[in-house]
Design a protein around this ligand. Structure first.
Ligand SMILES: C[C@](O)(CO)[C@H](O)COP(=O)(O)OP(=O)(O)OC[C@H]1O[C@@H](n2ccc(N)nc2=O)[C@H](O)[C@@H]1O
Ligand SMILES: Nc1ncnc2c1ncn2[C@@H]1O[C@H](COP(=O)(O)OP(=O)(O)OP(=O)(O)O)[C@@H](O)[C@H]1O
Length: 289
């Protein structure tokens, strides 16, 4: 038996850090939302009792370092599953991009194996297990739009943001999330207005969503990698309504309402950036199929 799961990328419309915790993680408040750029995960029963990872992308590890592997491993251990599984990852989300590609693969694997192995777990239970794999995994289990608190695992669901295009552009560098958090000086942050972003989403107010975009990690990554600032500037020049770096970067996203302007920005950026995508917000949680 085999089945498929969609694993969409996320962007952070707002990312605030409140303080550094004694356990080394940072207490965050983030508004996350999924976009229609997705990996595809195929799960297939195989003989034996092992976990096999297959992917055509040379940057994706095929062993225990893969977050999808970790998702399968944790379910096997916890529920005493003596079955083999092959996990094929069709990688469409750029790797180490700030788009939670690995976390979304892990979340899709949790959802898929819950079905394949008939575990009967609720989404909340899967999200709790996901938190053990990584801070972004709980959100990715649900998808949609949410406020994420704690180290990212405390999820409060929100309605879909106003409809618009999202242009994603990733410079050819990979960024280490741990390194960016380590360099963050919590005394020197300009905090985004997270409650304001929640209101903008609740009121379906596109203008206020654009005005409210903010990410405290952006300054850190911009200082290390001037190419990220360059892409931000280009996106603004080509006419995006609002522009921000996602997560710890280096991917920059721009929000745009009008189709013709989206096309102009997309074409303009393609001139000097290899990985450019124009996608829709997925918005709510029913869009995982
Ligand atoms: C930047 C974001 O992607 C925004 O959504 C997340 O905050 C990071 O999520 P993630 O990549 O799933 O993070 P994890 O794999 O759990 O952690 C990677 C590293 O980032 C740092 N980290 C992560 C999350 C957090 N709230 N505080 C942290 O300081 C820690 O050093 C950790 O060792
Ligand atoms: N399924 C996976 N897909 C991609 N990378 C993975 C996966 N599993 C583990 N990794 C490892 O994780 C690293 C970060 O990859 P990923 O694409 O998840 O980063 P990211 O999008 O920046 O994540 P986040 O936004 O959650 O911080 C990669 O360099 C890779 O070695």
């Amino acid at each position: 038996m085999k089945l498929m799961e969609k694993a969409p990328a996320k962007i952070n419309l707002a990312l605030d850090v409140l303080f550094k915790r004694p356990d080394g993680y940072h207490e965050v408040e983030m508004i996350m939302t999924t976009v229609d750029l997705a990996d595809r995960i195929e799960l297939k029963e195989i003989k034996g009792n092992h976990i096999q990872i297959l992917s055509h992308n040379r940057f994706v590890p095929d062993d225990h370092r893969n977050l999808a592997y970790q998702a399968a491993f944790i379910l096997k251990e916890r529920f005493g599953i003596n079955k083999g599984v092959s996990i094929t990852i069709e990688k469409n989300i750029p790797v180490a991009a700030g788009l939670a590609g690995g976390s979304s693969d892990a979340a899709a694997t949790l959802r898929g194996l819950n079905r394949l192995w008939k575990l009967g777990l609720s989404m909340d239970e899967l999200a709790e297990i996901g938190a053990k794999i990584g801070s972004d995994v709980s959100f990715c289990v649900y998808g949609g739009t949410a406020l994420a608190r704690g180290r990212g695992e405390k999820i409060t669901h929100l309605p879909a943001p106003p409809k618009c295009w999202v242009i994603l552009a990733k410079p050819t560098i990979g960024v280490s999330t741990a390194d960016i958090y380590k360099r963050l000086q919590t005394s020197k942050m300009e905090h985004p207005d997270v409650p304001g972003m929640i209101s903008a989403i609740m009121e379906n107010n596109y203008h206020d969503v654009c005005e409210g975009l903010g990410n405290v990690l952006e300054q850190v990554t911009l200082q290390l990698y001037p190419e990220v600032a360059n892409i931000k500037d280009q996106m603004k020049t080509f006419g995006a309504d609002s522009v921000l770096m996602s997560g710890s970067g280096p991917t920059v996203f721009g929000l745009v309402e009008h189709d013709s302007r989206m096309q102009r920005i997309y074409n303009g950026l393609r001139g000097f950036c290899d990985q450019v995508y124009a996608v829709r917000l997925l918005g709510d949680r029913n869009n995982l199929e």
